[in-house]
Write a protein that binds this ligand. Structure first.
Ligand code: 5CA
Length: 443
């Protein structure tokens, strides 16, 4: 992709309204544009990252046994009257009337709608277990939208819903998502800590938030420092191994870790002093087991092995897809700008042609572009006429993992410069060697 054709409206000035690094950098790097409070357009660079996050979320959901569908954003108020949440949800819910004065709403979450689908389509215990998810925009009329996409009003969520015949089955579904979440966030370069959490308006009695530690986080959290050394279970984990998965969850929930609402000051104080970690965190995921909270009022049942009807045991599992874009930047940036992990980077490399119009520079630039594009790793090519300093600064700002600097002077010596954004390391290499290096580093 040539910069001259692309749409990258970077800002020179630091936007005054942005209080935290990720919001500032997303605006400056031309990733988003606010259209109303807490509502954003995703510009090409931002959208590319959002899509990469979605891809990782999908792959890990699939690995854990979840199946994708898509429910609408607009929901009927009657569904929510069935569960009793239409009145309970309060001012956060955006209520709408159509021309026939029917009450509708813009979905803040989908428990009711998926319960209705399950009620209509699942008949017998033989249809269970089921894990269904979608990735869809939500609207919550937050009291205080802030920090850009971190706390938006319109935001993209991945929400999974599990259906089981009994509590033991539902727990296994919960554990599947627990493992999938650890793997998902690790692939994005994040250390997400599962913490005991309050269930709020979703309800239920078992719940974990997945929290990234960051000074700018909105949640106050407390944990045993030992939990920070625990790794994700990895792609090899057997999702069908009920006992093995439970043991993995038990191990990762044995150490103290809780959000503010669930904090037990005495239990925390009992930890050795040097292991008490009190910090701020960003909630990137939240999982709930709530049993029959929705299936009971909505009468969602299947027939059991004995022919008797049983209420579905359910859980729901959310990932803040659009929030993750901000969270990853909070975890990975420096003074010069964003530092994308390769797994979510909008382009793997930025090719800076220092002198467009110079036949050698143009030829070698085209060589990089062609080789990488053929390998499915299309780079962003800076073919602008600006001075080198401006090009370097913009490339650092948008944070692509690799930069290749191509200029007539280097080419006279048969080299280009390869720079790794994360470390600032630079190396001079023959163009062919640089190309192989970029393709080797494929993720
Ligand atoms: N139905 C359940 C799980 S599917 C649910 O709605 N859970 S939630 O309320 O915790 O939201 C799930 C995730 O969405 C959160 O962990 C958070 O990462 C993200 N999220 C929630 N509110 C916002 C918001 N206003 N802006 C951006 N992301 C949000």
């Amino acid at each position: 992709m040539r910069l001259s054709r692309y749409f990258l409206p970077v800002l020179k000035e630091t936007p005054a309204e942005a209080e935290i690094a990720s919001h500032r950098l997303m605006l400056r790097a031309g990733m988003i544009r606010q259209s109303a409070s807490g509502i954003y357009s995703w510009l090409p660079l931002g959208l590319a990252v959002l899509k990469n996050i979605e891809r990782i979320v999908r792959e890990e959901q699939h690995r854990a046994g979840a199946v994708e569908l898509l429910m609408p954003t607009i929901q009927s108020a009657d569904l929510w009257r069935e569960s009793g949440r239409y009145d309970d949800y309060g001012a956060e819910m955006l209520r709408i009337q159509d021309r026939k004065e029917r009450d509708l709403l813009y979905g803040p979450t989908n428990e009711e709608m998926i319960t209705e689908i399950a009620r209509a389509c699942l008949r017998s215990y033989k249809d269970l277990p089921k894990l269904l998810y979608h990735i869809q925009w939500k609207f919550r009329d937050e009291v205080r939208p802030r920090f850009g996409v971190m706390r938006g009003r319109e935001f993209l969520m991945k929400d999974t819903y599990s259906f089981d015949i009994d509590e033991a089955g539902a727990r296994h579904s919960y554990n599947r998502m627990f493992a999938a979440y650890l793997n998902t966030f690790e692939r994005m370069g994040l250390k997400a800590i599962p913490m005991r959490a309050d269930t709020g308006p979703i309800g239920g009695d078992l719940s974990h938030e997945f929290i990234i530690l960051a000074d700018t986080g909105e949640s106050q959290v407390y944990c045993d420092a030992g939990i920070l050394d625990m790794n994700a279970p990895g792609a090899d984990i057997d999702f069908d191994d009920v006992a093995g998965l439970q043991a993995m969850v038990d191990e990762r929930t044995a150490l103290y870790a809780a959000t503010d609402e669930m904090h037990n000051a005495n239990a925390f104080a009992a930890l050795p002093q040097d292991r008490q970690r009190e910090a701020r965190g960003i909630e990137v995921g939240h999982i709930f087991y709530f049993g029959t909270k929705y299936s009971e009022p909505m009468r969602a049942k299947v027939s059991g092995p004995d022919g008797q009807d049983r209420l579905l045991h359910m859980g729901s599992y959310g990932v803040g897809v659009s929030r993750l874009v901000g969270a990853i930047i909070e975890a990975s940036h420096d003074e010069a700008g964003i530092i994308w992990p390769e797994s979510v980077a909008p382009f793997q490399a930025g090719i800076i042609n220092l002198k467009p119009g110079d036949p050698d520079a143009d030829r070698v630039t085209a060589q990089f572009e062609e080789a990488m594009t053929l390998a499915g790793r299309e780079p962003l090519v800076d073919d602008s006429e600006e001075r080198p300093g401006a090009k370097f600064a913009r490339m650092d700002l948008i944070g692509l993992p690799w930069q290749v600097v191509i200029g007539p002077r280097g080419l006279q010596n048969g080299v280009v410069e390869l720079k790794r954004r994360a470390t600032g390391e630079r190396e001079e290499l023959a163009p062919e060697a640089a190309i192989s290096r970029l393709l080797e580093g494929a993720v």
